[in-house]
Design a protein around this ligand. Structure first.
Ligand SMILES: NC(=O)c1ccc[n+]([C@@H]2O[C@H](COP(=O)([O-])OP(=O)(O)OC[C@H]3O[C@@H](n4cnc5c(N)ncnc54)[C@H](O)[C@@H]3O)[C@@H](O)[C@H]2O)c1
Length: 345
């Protein structure tokens, strides 16, 4: 196979980012087809990205024999059924996070993926491709921090994305703050520590944006997590960062600690003027993780060409979703929730 022919489903907030990357920045990849329910988005794919075919039905696109792989960037509730259809039609599959919204459906999807070992499956935990997180992981693996005792994570979306999020949440089930936002942090905690999460206690509050109550969403949430070896993690997730897109991680170990993006800097510029000393902040996920999105897509295409499965598996999707759902349950029931860690890889 010279070029991997990809069909993308979903050309919304993130779909456009992936589509542009696949069309322009990923070697050995041809963005051949694109599917969206929105005509304007299909027109964008045809005119700006030169895709050969556009579809308004995923079921039709996935049957196209010219397509080698699908890139799933549709709302989270569709991921499992779209993965299943792609697997059954012989396609390699990249799916955005979360793998799904329902644990039983995810387990069935994991089984279907495992029944097709010759087809590549990858889940979009792009932070694992970010240069700073890779460096942090290298430090942890080298033992530079000793044994990890606590990981603290902030994942807070900018306030100016709130209006579009409320629209998204009205039309689609995001799965709630912990499944939609903290899932990246939960994956990082599992990846960095190599441990599973056994218990969670979550709380949350809506203050600035009562419209979030109307769509059953949280503005700010926090959770305490206990890992299988009694080490700890703290999650803070939100949708109301006034200064931009705030993703920060701290790892505390027995021999030291490190922080990733203590100040979520936009670049290396410091502005000194009448307002004081200002470090501009990254404003959204496409900006902060620009290169990570490109690198994860490159890895997916390379896995197909080299016939090897990626590091991130359906099991990672299952485990992270279980923890996120446990946080949501803990918040709703106002009690400590235990996570079942008996599922097999
Ligand atoms: N990795 C990240 O940091 C990150 C960031 C944002 C979103 N996401 C994930 O990406 C996914 C998409 O999020 P978004 O914000 O881009 O959504 P969005 O609402 O902006 O776009 C959704 C797209 O899916 C299409 N679509 C909806 N239902 C469809 C169906 N039944 N068949 C075919 N196409 C359909 C729509 O036409 C639209 O193009 C979600 O699962 C979300 O969790 C991940």
């Amino acid at each position: 196979m010279e070029n991997v022919k990809v069909g993308i489903v979903g050309l919304g907030r993130l779909g456009k980012v992936h589509a542009k990357n696949l069309a322009n920045l990923v070697p050995n990849c041809e963005l051949y087809a694109a599917c969206s329910l929105v005509e304007k988005e299909r027109k964008f794919a045809k005119e700006k990205l030169n895709v050969t075919l556009t579809y308004d039905s995923y079921e039709d696109m996935v049957k196209d024999p010219n397509i080698d792989a699908v890139f799933i960037v549709s709302p989270s509730g569709f991921h499992c059924q779209q993965i299943k259809l792609a697997m059954e039609n012989g396609k390699h599959v990249f799916s955005e996070k979360p793998l799904g919204l329902d644990v039983e459906e995810i387990k069935e999807t994991q089984k279907i993926i495992q029944e097709h070992p010759d087809q590549i499956f990858m889940l979009g935990f792009m932070r694992r491709f970010d240069e700073s997180y890779r460096y942090a992981k290298e430090m942890v693996n080298k033992g530079a921090l000793g044994e990890i005792t606590l990981i603290r994570c902030y994942g807070i979306d900018p306030s100016d994305g709130l209006e579009s999020f409320v629209k998204f949440a009205m039309n689609n089930n995001s799965g709630g703050l912990f499944l939609d936002m903290s899932i990246h942090d939960i994956d990082l905690i599992r990846w960095l520590s190599g441990k599973e999460i056994s218990k969670v206690w979550a709380i949350g509050k809506n203050t600035a944006y009562p419209q979030l109550d109307e769509v059953g969403e949280l503005e700010t949430g926090a959770a305490l997590l206990r890992l299988s070896d009694n080490s700890m993690a703290i999650l803070v997730a939100g949708r109301n960062a006034r200064h931009g897109y705030h993703v920060e991680t701290e790892i505390i170990g027995t021999k030291g600690m490190l922080r990733v993006a203590q100040i979520p800097e936009k670049n290396l510029v410091t502005v000194m003027n009448d307002d004081g000393v200002i470090r501009p902040c990254s404003q959204n996920f496409p900006e902060r993780f620009r290169q990570a999105f490109v690198d994860e897509a490159k890895e997916f295409i390379n896995c197909i060409l080299e016939n090897r499965q990626p590091e991130i598996t359906a099991f990672d999707g299952l485990q992270s979703t279980k923890v996120a759902l446990a946080c949501q349950e803990s918040f709703e029931k106002d009690e400590l929730v235990e996570v079942n860690n008996n599922d097999s890889k």
